[in-house]
Design a protein around this ligand. Sequence first.
Ligand code: NZQ
Ligand code: ZN
Length: 388
Amino acid sequence: MIGNFCYHNPTRLHFGEDAIGSLRSELAQYGPTVMLCYGGGSIKRNGIYDEVTAVLREAGKTVVEDGGVMPNPTLEKLQEGARMARENQVDLILAVGGGSTIDYAKGVSCSAWCEEDVWEKYYVRQEEASCRVVPVGCILTMVGTGSEMNGGSVITNPACGMKIGKVFGPYAFPRFAILNPRYTFTVPRRQMVAGFFDIMSHIMEQYFSGTDDNTSDYLSEALMRSLINSSRTAIRKPDDYEARSNIMWTATWALNTLIGMGKTQDWEVHMIGQAVGAHTDATHGMTLSAVSMAYYRHILPYGVAKFARFAENVWGIARGERSLQEQALEGLKALEAWMREIGVSMSIGELGATEDMLPAIADSTFLLSGGYKTLSRDEVIAILHESL
Ligand code: NZQ
Ligand code: ZN
């Protein structure tokens, strides 16, 4: 049975090769001062910066530049950005980049006018913003997180070894998102495949729960099949527009809240992956891939029927003579084979984690319910150990 929910997604999304053409009309809806957020400089090398600043100039905007948003943005950077947004009284924050830049922009938008300790309020206590929120718009350059159409803002606080996601309400979703698949062609291969796995993980986090017949699960299966198909093309030919555009659109639907409607979810792979990220600063998608196989093997006995359905409907593995358990395991084997095929990290050791770090990583892992098994700290340690 589908649970009770309210669905509202306020992001206006412009998709395709000419999507940037909509920026001018979007900008016209906001005041004169725009804070332009971007990462470490990829947009300067691939020409997106020039294209965007030309439109800002033509629109007569005063631009406050805020570059250097790092992958896995830190609390310190967020606090700096919030100060800058407030001092300049910015009317719009325009994020140009991947999930890190867009997550950061949302954090800044809710922090600029906040009088409280934003780490404690938003990330630790998970409270909603009660101050003025600066509108955010985004231009996506790297596919994976879904940040372009959701309220997620994941921030790392190295001082306490925590990486925490706050999912703000619709008030903090990007007001508009510009998605041109061509902008993603310059993403390095390792980042590209990390993004592919991040998408897969978002879908699986919402899919592996419940025993009911739920429309969301059918949508998830379709998205996973499309991703697997297009990922294979993109690996062979990274500039295949059809494949990259399918993947871009799949990523948005994987985490714009639709496929989670009416379902319980624990997001435990992300909880473990984020803890690994907090201690290693590794690429987000790789932290997920490195712990996924050990995690899913661990929880399979608690949700065996769903894992068998996954084998059948996503990987085309029919039951045949197999037991339900055997069919379920075949599905996980197919997942693992695909992960190796696209080339994601299969070990947290590769990402810089060492055995002596495991207790601290486990301490940074939130143990949530809503999936097939609520883990204990010992189980997290065992999964991390198996993932080394
Ligand atoms: O910083 P620049 O120089 O731009 O380079 C970036 C960065 O090094 C590069 N890149 C991006 N677009 C490019 C490009 N390089 C060449 N050409 C382009 N077109 O890619 C690198 C990674 O970028 P980043 O934004 O860090 O990647 P991603 O989109 O994977 O974002 C990761 C962050 O998002 C959070 C993660 O935890 C992590 O902090 N997440 C956000 C979520 C959300 N909002 O809902 C959910 C996710 O599960 C995730 O937790
Ligand atoms: Zn993710």
